[in-house]
Design a protein around this ligand. Structure first.
Ligand code: HEM
Length: 141
């Protein structure tokens, strides 16, 4: 569960991210594909080379969806319902992959925010991404 303080920290981090959605998204995906190559199997139709337009475009969509979640921290289930259907029924993404993407996002934030990425913020973002992952996975049951 995110505490009131966690929510505040996540919202603050997201203000910094929102001007750089393509960069943050593309770097997150590129790290995911590099560090966890099995994730590439979901994107056979994508050009996965560094700097590809498809990675940038998709990264932006993912980060924008996370932004929607940040704006709806108290009713994420509703806010991400369509996305949850998509990942469960159409794409059939194995939920273990959500943790891998979350891990890569944390690395990107840490690299860019440096000392500002405090342990408290790390913990808050971790809880946030776990909450997003459980919403995206809830339709699998
Ligand atoms: C599509 C968000 C995790 C695989 C999408 C879209 C969004 C999104 C916004 C576009 C939906 C649309 O066009 O209507 C997210 C979020 C995630 C997440 C917020 C986790 C926090 C993952 C993971 C994988 C994955 C871990 C696989 C490793 C896909 C695929 C598509 C997709 C294959 C379709 C891409 C295409 O053909 O354009 N996701 N996603 N997603 N996602 Fe996710």
């Amino acid at each position: 569960m995110l505490t009131a303080e966690d929510k505040k920290l996540v919202q603050q981090v997201w203000e910094k991210v929102s001007g750089h959605q393509d960069d943050v998204g593309a770097e997150t995906l590129e790290r995911m594909f590099a560090a966890y190559p099995s994730t590439k199997t979901y994107f056979p139709h994508f050009d996965l080379h560094h700097g590809s337009d498809q990675i940038r475009g998709h990264g932006k969509k993912v980060v924008a969806a996370l932004g929607t979640a940040v704006k709806n921290l108290d009713n994420m289930s509703q806010a991400l319902s369509e996305l949850s259907n998509l990942h469960a029924y159409n794409l059939r993404v194995d939920p273990v992959n959500f943790k891998l993407l979350a891990q890569c996002l944390q690395v990107v934030l840490a690299v860019h925010l440096g000392k500002d990425y405090t342990p408290q913020i790390h913990s808050a973002v971790d809880k946030f991404m776990s909450a997003v992952a459980s919403v995206l996975a809830e339709k699998y049951r």
